[in-house]
Design a protein around this ligand. Structure first.
Ligand code: SAH
Ligand code: SF4
Length: 466
């Protein structure tokens, strides 16, 4: 399959729309303000930064107060039911605002919208929403806004496509000296519970040279923390000339002190070579987010995960041997259709055996269009809730022990800002991506420093600057 890269001509056309909108917003007495909210994962947050980058070029400023905004956009997430419910609630609440001020433009985009039925529901339930567009046409946002502003009418843009790659879209980076860099888009794995492949299209990797030159540019501009994004970074590079471990080693060789994080790794494609590259690197975080989802082989098969518990444990053992201070985190789903108490206990056993540093735990949420949503699901919500609480308890015990090993040691920390432990403390993250609170000061923000750990809490380390 050939990846559709948006041509320079198409992007030039969008630039023209940006200029057209800008030539009008510039004549306004006051700079128009935009309110942009992204729900869900880092990929969505990264898309939100692109939308803001385009809005900025179109002459908009930004506000966190809905009532001040001339343009409001919700960038939605569809991965679980509660995310979807929140969007419906928040969009519904805009009705009164639009009534009071019919000039404001309201837009909804993102993963929820890429599903035709949900987009239709948004369109019919909320007649005051002006623009509805899917994930595959993000780069055409300037054209959609232009048409809405100057031609009027509602716009619904959800092309049926496998997705595209669009380079050189303006980005308004909002995480200080931290920058997200998508290295690939979409997903081909079709885990049976997951809506992502249905709303983000087929897996497609950016060219290594584009990724490397973006990271080089960011480091030169003073960014210190680079987060590489992809639904399954381990399969990066299909259709390009290099794979993920090679991409990481090339990024690691870029001059300067900065750190490289990445997410998410799929256990089926995570190789020993990747672990070796992390172990030997200078800048790659000693953090592996490796979602296991479940400890039962039977359920892993039903989930279409393409690995079993033994494979997962082998990877973990290898990684911990090669990277002794590895911060290992995971995702777990409780109550997959057909999961029995015995299956669930397999998950508990796996958690006790691995003792994750931290785990993101979810109760299964049926998603429209996925295979799991069609499967028999006899276990009650109440029972699933009970299992979920048991899981949290087991994880709580592991998590609270796991940071003890750092006490007395010195770790290198990138200071990010004011601390949470107390007024005098500043906070940052270690190379293992663990939160460290310490006695810093204002000028430490955005720099790396050595901190000697004096105390370990369940969620963070506390220390003194060396
Ligand atoms: N691509 C990543 C993340 C996908 S979504 C990966 O493969 O790990 C993030 C997490 O949400 C998943 O790891 C999974 O644990 C959870 N999740 C996805 N779909 C879900 C569903 N239908 N119900 C409950 N949790 C879900
Ligand atoms: Fe969803 Fe599986 Fe793809 Fe992750 S790998 S995005 S869980 S289908």
């Amino acid at each position: 399959m050939s990846v559709k890269t948006v041509s320079q001509e198409e992007l030039k056309e969008q630039k023209m729309y940006m200029q057209k909108v800008r030539s009008v917003t510039h004549t306004y007495f006051e700079k128009p303000l935009a309110y942009v909210h992204s729900y869900g994962c880092q990929q969505n947050v990264s898309d939100g930064e692109k939308i803001k980058g385009m809005l900025e070029e179109m002459g908009y400023g930004f506000t966190d107060t809905l009532s001040e905004a001339k343009f409001i956009l919700f960038n939605t997430c569809a991965v679980r039911e509660n995310a979807v419910d929140r969007v419906f609630g928040n969009v519904g609440a805009l009705k009164h605002l639009k009534k009071k001020n019919p000039d404001i433009i309201i837009a909804v985009c993102g993963c929820m919208v890429q599903q035709e039925e949900t987009a239709g529901k948004i369109k019919s339930t909320f007649p005051f929403v002006d623009i509805i567009f899917g994930t595959h046409v993000l780069h055409t946002f300037p054209e959609l806004l232009f048409k809405c502003l100057f031609e009027g009418g509602r716009i619904l843009e959800i092309p049926d496509s496998d997705g595209v790659i669009a380079e050189n879209i303006p980005v308004k980076r909002e995480r200080g000296f931290k920058a997200s860099v998508p290295i690939m888009y979409g997903c081909n794995n079709f885990c049976t519970y997951c809506v992502v492949p249905l709303v983000r299209g087929r897996e497609r990797s950016r060219k290594a040279e584009d990724v490397i030159s973006e990271v080089k540019g960011l480091v030169e501009r003073g960014y210190k923390d680079i987060l590489l994004l992809g639904q399954n970074v381990n399969s990066y590079g299909k259709g390009t000339d290099i794979d993920f471990p090679e991409l990481l080693s090339r990024l690691d060789r870029i001059d300067g002190e900065f750190k490289i994080e990445f997410m998410t790794s799929h256990p089926k494609d995570c190789t020993e070579r990747l672990i070796d590259v992390i172990a030997e690197s200078e800048k790659i975080c000693h953090h592996l987010h490796l979602p296991v989802q479940c400890g039962s082989d039977r359920i892993l098969k039903l989930m279409n995960r393409h690995y079993d518990k033994a494979h997962y444990l082998k990877l973990v053992d290898y990684a911990r041997e090669k990277i002794p201070n590895l911060n290992l985190t995971t995702d777990i789903i409780v109550g997959f259709p057909g999961e029995t108490r015995e299956d669930f206990e397999e998950t508990l056993r796996l958690m006790k055996r691995v003792c994750f540093d931290s785990a993101f735990t979810f109760i299964f949420s049926p998603r429209m269009g996925t295979k799991a949503a069609e499967m028999d699901d006899p276990v009650s919500a109440e029972e699933k809730g009970k299992w979920f609480r048991e899981l949290l308890e087991v994880q709580g015990e592991c998590g609270s022990k796991s940071y003890q090993k750092y006490v007395g040691k010195t770790v290198r920390v990138l200071c990010e800002g004011k601390g949470r432990t107390s007024e005098e403390y500043f906070t940052g993250k270690s190379r293992e991506n663990i939160i460290v609170d310490f006695n810093g000061d204002e000028k430490d923000i955005g720099t790396f420093l050595d901190v000697r750990i004096t105390e370990a809490k369940a969620w963070a380390l506390i220390g003194e600057k060396v």
